[in-house]
Design a protein around this ligand. Sequence first.
Ligand code: ADP
Ligand code: MG
Length: 278
Amino acid sequence: MTVAVSPASVQIADSTIAPALDIRHLTVRYREIEAISDVSATIAVGEHIAIIGPNGAGKSTLLKAIAGLQPIATGEIRWFGNTQAEPNTIAYVPQRLQVDWRFPVSVSDVVLMGRVGRIGLFRRPSAHDRLLVQRALERVGLAAFANRQIGQLSGGQQQRVFLARALAQEARLLLMDEPLVGLDIPSQDEIFRALASLRSERVTVLTALHDLQQASRYFDRVMLLNRRLIAFAPAREAFTAMNLVATYGGHLHLTSSGDSILTIADSCCDSSQMTHHD
Ligand code: ADP
Ligand code: MG
């Protein structure tokens, strides 16, 4: 990595060289509970990061803090070199989507909502906005569903609608909180395909995940989180037995046979979350 040196008098962050995220000694509390403690990490523009950890590890808290939705107790976050996040540049897809699926709106309407921050609430969307919506739907494999009522979609398709909305927003930073929970394999593959297509635009992605194999396959680096940051490295370096035990503690059973590790995190949701990592 090259570092450009600018004159000391220049105070304006150069977003072309600044990292997408610079997290320094971040601590977030809910009253007396310290949800995350002293987390530091620097994430380059365009990197795809998986956040791995048991339930209660602070994954959602970290994502919310990065999204600017959760107050920071101590430490700081810099977004593209700036101490303030610019909302339009961040797309956040929360863990559970509070949406009334009976609400009679179409798939393309929901995706168009991603443009509101750019076009303003009271202006009419332009042809350009419509084109971005169309492209976003193509990316997540839902072009044929544009005019469908959202209530008619499967769970996997609904999740992809929210990813499409984030894409239409043209965010530079995409934060997704366990987007794969409850999705069938084809729907999961569609999400990974859409994420891969963001690489050419250097969109930075942080995704909370439960599957170690998917983390190592689709992400540049993984964060192992259990209140503290246990490791932050490419998967093959991060997923050592020691780090996994530190992350999952008593919730982890490790069986090793040859090159493969079978990890079963009983902290999660159901048996479909059991992970085979090789
Ligand atoms: P994860 O997403 O990894 O499961 P969370 O970030 O949701 O972890 O939670 C981290 C810790 O913070 C947990 O102990 C959880 O109980 C606590 N917590 C999360 N949200 C709240 C909240 N709104 N109020 C109080 N405690 C919370
Ligand atoms: Mg969570």
